[in-house]
Ligand binder design. Structure first.
Ligand code: NAI
Length: 340
């Protein structure tokens, strides 16, 4: 029945979604780095972002001044490294993206970054827990399998943890899977969606080709494709010969994830992105966190989808992944316990 009350609530909802659209603050911690700069530029192009806060231990004001000349409506502010500046960068943020830390060099695994990046992420998570406890936190810094549990422990210790709002960004694995399968099949990557589950490093990355448009891929072609998706990051590390890892494709992936969350928080439905989140799916195997298809909503995680039907080959891949993943997660959790 159409009543004045229902008409009013429709107008109210519209008004809400318009104002939400005009008032989304997004903060990037590590904004002057290889990922941070193009990521910030892509966020400047996003009309859903009204306020872009760029923080780094060096160079953020310069990046902000540069990006601020792009003629989109949002306001860009750069912050020098100081506790009060970090506080100002974080306060009022709806989304905080963290690409701060060191990237891989040839021969390094993501796990090799733990020593340096664990404490960087822990300290930034402490600041986020204090100044932006309600923001959605998107962790890009590697090793994601451990840095996400680190953030969860920090937020728990500050009593502000909400698992719906913490995400390890695995979007690049999905982007790569879509592109690489299209190269094998000679198709348009825009039409190729591949669910990638597990974690974000080597064998913990498990693409589910059996659920893609090409479930019959088999044998050596399948093996090579899976390996390329799992170790695609190494191609970039090798090609850059010591100058870093994926930055531009990662910026694209991070900006896609942030946009999906902004759309979901502004009321759009049917938005799915795989992400590394606290998940019930494999807790019994020691994996408190797991990446699978996630439906996003205004609160962040709306629904965690189960892995679904997989092939015996993929079952084997998941089994291998769980072993490494459980160790990586535990390493992150224990780091915060012994280095609070
Ligand atoms: P980069 O070295 O070019 O940039 C890192 C930035 O972080 C630098 O500007 C640095 O000054 C800043 N930084 C360091 N400590 C900081 C702190 N305490 N507070 C604020 N900023 C700080 O590195 P890049 O290439 O941008 O990579 C960043 C991270 O992203 C690495 O850990 C890398 O492994 C990871 N990564 C993650 C991917 C994913 O799929 N999740 C893909 C590719 C890289």
């Amino acid at each position: 029945m159409f009543t004045a009350r229902s008409a009013f609530s429709t107008i109210g909802r519209r008004a809400f979604s318009v104002s939400a659209q005009q008032n989304s603050k997004v903060t990037v911690l590590g904004a002057a780095g290889g990922i941070g700069q193009p990521l910030s530029l892509l966020l400047k192009l996003n009309t859903r972002v009204s306020d872009l806060a760029l923080y780094d231990i060096r160079g953020a004001p310069g990046v902000a001044a540069d990006i601020s000349h792009v003629n989109t409506a949002s306001k860009v502010t750069g912050y020098d490294p100081a506790p009060e500046k970090l506080k100002a960068a974080l306060e009022g943020a709806d989304i905080v993206l963290i690409p701060a830390g060191v990237p891989r060099k040839p021969g390094m695994s993501r796990g090799d970054l733990f020593k340096t990046n664990a404490s960087i992420v822990r300290d930034l998570a402490k600041a986020a827990a204090q100044h932006a406890p309600n923001a959605k936190l998107l962790i890009i810094s590697n090793p994601v399998n451990s840095t996400v549990p680190i953030c969860a422990e920090v937020f728990k210790s500050k009593r502000v943890y909400n698992p719906k709002r913490l995400f390890g960004v695995t979007t690049l694995d999905v982007v790569r899977a879509s592109k690489f399968i299209s190269e094998v099949k000679g198709t348009d990557p825009a039409n190729e969606e591949v669910i990638v589950v597990g974690g974000h490093s080597g064998v913990t990355i498990v693409p589910l080709l059996s659920q893609s448009n090409h479930p019959s891929i088999d044998g050596a072609v399948r093996d090579a494709l899976v390996k390329r998706i799992q170790f695609g990051g190494d191609e970039v590390v090798a090609a850059k010969s010591g100058a870093g890892s994926a930055t531009l494709s990662m910026a694209f992936a991070g900006s896609r994830m942030a946009d999906s969350l902004l759309r979901a928080s502004q009321g759009e439905t049917g938005i799915f992105e795989p992400a590394f989140v606290e998940s019930p799916l494999y807790k019994e195997d020691g994996c408190d966190f797991f990446s699978s298809k996630i439906e996003l909503g205004p609160e962040g995680v709306k629904e965690i989808h189960p892995v679904g039907k997989v092939s015996p080959y993929e079952e084997g891949l998941i089994e291998i992944a769980l072993k490494d993943l459980a160790e990586d997660i535990k390493k992150g959790q224990e780091f915060v316990k012994s280095n609070p």
